[in-house]
Design a protein. Structure first.
Length: 197
């Protein structure tokens, strides 16, 4: 019965113009799932999904692989609940999917940094990039920087409501500070307001 349901599901995906590669992968993942669970459709609950995820973990599979399999299973149960009306609910919950860490950004080499700054002629642009590179500020944090946020004497700046809506104090590198001072000297006295850029 499960095999025939999977075949009907695959035909449903073909009719929806899914790629043959995706359909083949869904079929493989579904067969693997049902071979491991070995229960009738109506007896599968969120507990069996939990057990399946746990076994995948124990086999050392990557979070991306486990989530791909869960996605195939979720789509299959959605099909049975919505399209076929054979089941009352989908046993897969959003909490079954694994949180996947993002890779850390790649570090620039000194040569890449030199080439980047060699191409920046505008002092304001240079100061903005210096703050992002040397102080780790986000684009939005640079855009909201105020003159009053800068402590020239202590060579530090205050970032208000930054990441996690927390305030933080950062020290400014010598080259970033020099760029900020150059911008301040260019700043017309007629400019009103506290925004730095």
């Amino acid at each position: 019965m499960i095999r025939s349901e999977i075949e009907r599901f695959c035909k449903h995906l073909q009719a929806r113009n899914y790629s043959p590669h995706t359909i083949d992968n869904y079929a493989i993942d579904l067969r693997l799932f049902f071979a491991e669970i070995n229960k009738p459709l109506r007896q599968i609950t969120w507990r069996q999904i939990d057990q399946f995820v746990q076994r995948q973990h124990e086999e050392g599979l990557a979070a991306t692989t486990i989530d791909r399999r869960l996605n195939a299973i979720k789509r299959f149960f959605d099909y049975l609940v919505i399209e076929q009306e054979k089941l009352p609910i989908n046993p897969i919950k959003p909490s079954h999917f694994l949180k996947q860490g993002r890779p850390l950004p790649k570090k620039l080499t000194q040569e890449q940094i030199r080439r980047l700054f060699a191409g920046i002629k505008n002092p304001v642009d240079r100061a903005m990039f210096m703050l992002m590179l040397r102080c780790g500020l986000r684009v939005s944090e640079v855009a909201h920087l105020k003159v009053s946020d800068i402590d020239w004497e202590q060579q530090a700046l205050m970032v208000e409501q930054g990441k996690g809506r927390k305030d933080r104090r950062l020290y400014i590198s010598a080259d970033a500070l020099a760029s900020l001072k150059e911008c301040m000297q260019m700043r017309p006295p007629s400019i009103e307001g506290d925004n730095f850029f």
